[in-house]
Design a protein around this ligand. Structure first.
Ligand SMILES: [Zn+2]
Length: 164
C-alpha cells in the first residue's frame, strides 16, 4: 500500500491512524523528532482572537540542569509530535503531500527550533515561532508539488497569528 493509500485508510479508519503515523518517513526532521503520537481527543489553540482547532502540535521536552554556580541550564531533547483528529478530516491535510508539509515542514520545523534554540522556543515567542514555521512550509511547498490554494491557506493562518 502506498503512503497515499495508507493516509486514505487512516482517514476512514481511526484504529489505523497510529499505525499510519508510525510509517511516515520523517526525512531531515527525524533528527529532531522522538515520537509521533495520534491523539484521539481534539485539541484547541488559544489565540487572542478566538480558538482554533489544532491539526498537530509539537511538544518540546526540556531538560533542566543546575550548574555548579547555580545558573539554570536548559536544553531540549527531540520533541514529540501530537496529531489530532482534524488532520484526518480536514481538506488542508487530505493528500499525502499536504500531510507531510504539515508534519515535517511545520511541526518538524518546530522540533528543530526547540532543539537548536531552546531558550527561544517558549510561549512568549509563540507568534514568531508559528510565523517562521508557516513561512518554512510555504518555501518547501514547491518541492512537494503543492498548489496555490494550499499556500493561500497558509498565508491566512499567518494573518491570524499576526493579528493575535
Ligand atoms: Zn505551529
Amino acid at each position: 500500500m502506498s503512503l497515499e493509500e495508507q493516509l486514505e485508510r487512516a482517514r476512514n479508519d481511526e484504529s489505523y491512524r497510529q499505525i499510519f503515523v508510525n510509517q511516515v518517513p520523517l526525512e531531515w526532521a527525524s533528527k529532531y523528532i522522538h515520537n509521533v503520537i495520534y491523539e484521539p481527543k481534539q485539541e484547541y489553540t488559544n489565540l487572542a482572537i478566538g480558538e482554533m482547532q489544532s491539526y498537530m502540535s509539537c511538544e518540546a521536552r526540556p531538560l533542566f540542569k543546575i550548574t555548579s554556580n547555580l545558573f539554570f541550564y536548559c536544553s531540549f531533547r527531540k520533541s514529540n509530535i501530537h496529531i489530532y483528529p482534524l488532520s484526518f478530516t480536514d481538506p488542508l491535510t487530505s493528500t499525502i503531500n499536504r500531510f507531510l508539509s504539515c508534519l515535517i515542514d511545520h511541526e518538524g520545523f518546530h522540533a528543530k527550533q526547540a532543539y537548536s534554540n531552546p531558550l527561544n522556543f517558549k510561549d512568549d515567542n509563540r507568534k514568531q515561532t508559528e510565523i517562521d514555521a508557516y513561512l518554512n512550509q510555504i518555501r518547501t511547498s514547491y518541492m512537494r508539488g503543492l498548489d496555490d490554494n494550499f499556500r493561500a491557506e497558509l498565508i491566512r493562518k499567518i494573518g491570524r497569528w499576526m493579528n493575535s
